[in-house]
Design a protein around this ligand. Structure first.
Ligand SMILES: Cc1cc2nc3c(=O)[nH]c(=O)nc-3n(C[C@H](O)[C@H](O)[C@H](O)COP(=O)(O)O)c2cc1C
Length: 327
């Protein structure tokens, strides 16, 4: 998830039962042109496996070259092609969900990438562009025919963005129609909703998006439920520990990236706190941090001061109120 899927967060999710993580959306043009900012998005830690490089573009030749370069890094387990992103900046380039409009081009891209690398190649897409253009069946067959190893299907139309329920009928249908594994995505917020999607649609796996932000234990909850094991929710000190690891790791990554700039930028610490804010809001809610304390924490601009206040807030007698369900 663009803006959220930093290396530290991915490692945290993997340690809590997530079976596969993805990089942020990475431009194939940026990879082949050696743009430092783009290549930084392919930076991973040694123990961050299994991981997919999630790339986008509209030109089969450029996508193939980018995939080959990515494979040569030796740090990835598969190459995933984005054919579902509805953000105008991406769609204007004929990439992302725009590829659903042109299944032949998507087919050519998948085929070119499959031929360029030895890693498995997968595609992430949606059920269609709009109610009048729900052509996932045609797209899914094109992807399979081109040699993809699996399909990650966000079961919503592009016109719905991230709203509304996932289309479980579409997931069942596509699962029935394809021979390659189909992984269902959309609206999973708990172990119960993951089990429900698996049971109702027969998909080969499920993928969690937003519900992992601020609650990486969702993967532990799902894996425990699927294995019929008991799940022990995190305690206050676990939340403090995960936020500490995450923010310090993110700050470290940003310092490393900044040091590579020709002209390093000032205020990296402040930028790290700002970038962490989206995660922090969700962590604090899940951890049951009182709303008053949350506001103060979100204004902090120093890493260690922020973490000290987090520990104090979560150890206060009032923490535990307004807790979101953690399951
Ligand atoms: C902030 C944000 C960024 C996202 N970035 C990407 C992306 O780069 N590539 C992608 O395939 N999907 C992206 N998605 C979509 C998610 O991967 C997922 O398909 C979607 O959120 C539905 O799953 P959910 O209901 O579990 O959140 C993003 C979603 C959000 C909320």
């Amino acid at each position: 998830m663009a803006g959220y899927t930093d290396s530290t967060f991915r490692t945290i999710c993997l340690r809590r039962g997530c079976g596969l993580v993805f990089t942020e959306l990475v431009s194939s043009e940026g990879i082949v042109r050696n743009i430092t900012r783009t290549l930084n998005m392919l930076h991973t830690r040694d123990n961050e496996r299994p991981i997919a490089a999630h790339i986008y573009g509209s030109d089969p030749e450029v996508m193939a070259r980018a995939a080959r370069r990515t494979e040569e890094l030796g740090r990835f387990d598969l190459i995933d092609i984005n054919a579902g992103c509805p953000v105008p900046k991406i769609v204007r380039k004929g990439a992302g969900v725009a590829l659903m409009r042109d299944p032949t081009r998507l087919h050519d891209i998948v085929r070119a990438v499959v031929q360029a690398v030895s890693l498995p190649v997968t595609v992430k897409t949606r059920t269609g562009l709009s109610p009048d253009n729900a052509n996932i069946s045609e797209v899914a067959h094109a992807v399979e025919e081109a040699g993809a190893s699996a399909l990650f299907l966000h079961a919503r139309l592009a016109s719905a963005r991230h709203g509304g329920p996932a289309d479980l009928d579409a997931l069942s249908r596509i699962k029935d129609e394809l021979s390659i594994p189909v992984i269902g995505n959309g609206g999973i917020t708990s172990a119960a909703s993951a089990s429900f999607m698996l049971k109702e649609t027969g998909v080969d796996g499920v993928m969690v998006g937003r519900a992992a932000i601020g609650n990486p234990w969702i993967f532990a909850a799902i894996t425990a439920a699927l294995a019929g094991k008991e799940y022990r929710p995190p305690q206050s000190h676990d939340w403090v520990d995960v936020m500490t690891r995450h923010l310090r790791g993110l700050y470290g990554e940003m310092l490393r990236e900044n040091a590579q700039r020709k002209r390093p930028r000032p205020h990296t610490e402040r930028a790290a706190c700002n970038r962490f804010r989206g995660h922090l809001t969700k962590y604090l809610r899940h951890a049951g941090c009182p709303a008053r304390a949350r506001r103060t924490l979100l204004e902090q601009q120093e890493v260690e001061a922020l973490l000290r206040l987090v520990a104090e807030a979560l150890q206060s007698p009032n923490s535990g109120e307004e807790t979101d369900a953690v399951s």
